[in-house]
Write a protein that binds this ligand. Structure first.
Ligand code: PEP
Length: 249
């Protein structure tokens, strides 16, 4: 059985007080769930979020980290720094990091390798842009994003990886991939994993969908056989919406 996961990417939202309020609200609201629930506040609020969620089913993830152990990388955050405050999961490859911070497959491969070497869990994001889908290149683009950053990994490393398919045209746009489009791509991803490794490995990897998931569409998207949960942006910033999405799993 694959893990069902609902992860909230808070992006660059919420100061300390707002983080406190939202994390506490979620701890109070979410108790009984079959899903693994993850929240990813901004870096400066991670430690506080870890403390607030200590006795709850909610895990805290970072939104990014550096590939080096330590050193002259002004402004960056290492795996050790995250682990020293109790953060064991990191989101890597988000389309906003790719688009605004120039993160490419080669850099992401290094970041993934570092997180895995440190024993962290990785939520690895990827997905095509609108023009690529319109040109019918979405399978090719997704296939190469996966291959370039991940397919040199040993089979054992995949226990630490969750995939998050996030078509760029659906992120923060209100435009959602239809449940059928999500299922079609997730099935393609599983087939690609089967070809690169084997069916047993492919069937064990959780694949999340991300892109304008909301309470109104979560249930139908999550009902698809190859969709194992969601990575949620905007709708993870309100307790009621995020709880409703968690309850849709
Ligand atoms: C995201 O940022 O990962 C995301 C899916 O955002 P949204 O849900 O707002 O589209």
């Amino acid at each position: 059985m694959r893990a069902k996961i609902v992860a909230g990417n808070w992006k660059m939202n919420n100061n300390a007080g707002e983080t406190q309020a939202l994390a506490q609200g979620l701890v109070d609201a979410i108790s009984n769930t079959d899903a693994q629930v993850v929240i990813a506040p901004t870096a400066v609020n991670l430690a506080n979020a870890v403390t607030l969620t200590e006795n709850s089913p909610i895990e805290v993830a970072a939104q990014n980290m550096h590939f080096a152990d330590s050193g002259a990388y002004t402004g960056e955050i290492s795996a050790d720094m995250l682990q020293s405050i109790g953060v064991q999961t990191v989101i890597l490859g988000h389309s906003e990091r790719r688009a605004y911070f120039g993160e490419d497959d080669a850099l992401l491969e290094k970041k993934v390798n570092q997180a895995l070497a440190k024993g962290m869990q990785v939520i690895f994001c990827f997905g095509e842009e609108l023009e690529e889908r319109q040109a019918d290149r979405h399978f090719e683009v997704v296939g190469s994003q996966l291959k370039n950053a991940l397919y040199k990994l040993d089979a054992a490393a995949w226990k630490q990886i969750v995939l998050a398919y996030e078509p760029v045209w659906a992120i923060g746009t209100g435009e959602t991939a239809s449940p059928e489009q999500a299922q079609e791509m997730h099935a393609f991803i599983r087939k690609s994993l089967t070809e690169a490794y084997d069916a047993e490995l492919a069937n064990g990897v959780s694949i999340l969908y991300g892109g304008s998931v909301k309470p109104a569409n979560a249930k139908e998207i999550f009902s698809k056989p190859d969709v194992d949960g969601g990575l949620i942006g905007g709708a993870s910033l309100k307790v009621a919406d995020f709880k409703a999405i968690v309850d849709s799993i």
